[in-house]
Design a protein around this ligand. Sequence first.
Ligand code: GLU
Length: 421
Amino acid sequence: MSIVESSSGKSPFDFALENFEIAADVLDLSEGDRVKLRSPERILIVSVPIQMDSGEVRSFTGYRVQHSTSRGPGKGGIRYHPNVTLEEVKALTMWMTWKCAVVNIPFGGAKGGITCNPKQMSQNEIERMTRRYTHAIHPIIGPDTDIPAPDVYTNSQVMAWIMDTFSMARGRLVPGVVTGKPVHIGGSLGRNEATGRGVFNTIECACPHLRMHLKGSKVVVQGFGNAGAITAQLLDSAQADVIAVSDSSGCIFTKDGLHIAKLIQFKETTGSVVGFPGSETITAEELLALDCDILVPAAMKNMIDANNASSIRAKMVAEAANGPITPEADAILEKKGVFVIPDILCNAGGVTVSYFEWVQNEQHLSWDLQEVNSRLETIMQRSFSQVLDIHLERKTSMRTAANALAIQRVCDTNRSRGLYP
Ligand code: GLU
């Protein structure tokens, strides 16, 4: 896979930098402030050799990158995907720095990944790969330095293996080294649903601003993994009509709205949403162009680009995925008057409840679900209204407003701490 991954010939890190400079201009940041934030603090590339079930030995490439640790330990997920590249991981770390700052939690930004196809690997192979990767990145992770979490195609089981491997090396249990663990080994209640719940909270906040009502609104969800499915479920329970969804196998549509609880069950048993009784199959282009009120891109990066952005008819786009809209597509949507809730705000519920999990681990206590959800809602509402205020005052897009709020916070910290030595 080349580092150029979009029709414009730019890498995801180029896109992250472009958006950084736009917000830095709004803040009128000096070159001295910018230079420190343009590149990651630390990049670790590791090879991860493992024995496959067949007996063959294969080596995978893994990454752990820390963009900024000035506001706290690095924080961010680990993804297992064939398209993982260093440029993608670098972009994701920068977004994590802004994401943690926009919701004002005391973490910096980090991210990791392994270039692999977990769908073609057995559980035993995934476990061996996870443990060997943890061993390789062990020197730079820890509850006070850098705390991984789930991301694309990793889950609570993978986090449990990371925690176990790290703890065995330390000779004591270290639950705070990862978040998104199973609840019975120190995970937080509500963490599994947190990203989708946060997306839902921000959509709820955006409705009065746009004079929209959730009840009866038409929703399209692109991607039906953890974030997409939970968002769909919460919107469905608020009486919105989820009329179309997609996953990596295809897209389905029904004009009266899908029964989301049944659809989740259907995907669990068949492995895909395609073929859900009562739905018709449509193309990916048709899905994006559907007449709807809310579009939730919850799949991968760059799904909305210069080629398809003009076909979008939604009034609101809620970015549950990281980086689903390219900067060129952003400009097209802005011109059309589409209200975009940017990823670093929209999907920050996941890392916010990760923070709650880490706090509970550090204090050796556990909160009940209601406490987790109500603290999450408070943070999402407050962050949304702070970003909205900047959007209205400075007349910038919501993305630039969110980036500006976050970058301002990181710069304030950097300036107060000063430049070492
Ligand atoms: N992978 C998630 C994200 O992109 C969660 C990160 C975390 O909880 O540390 O925000």
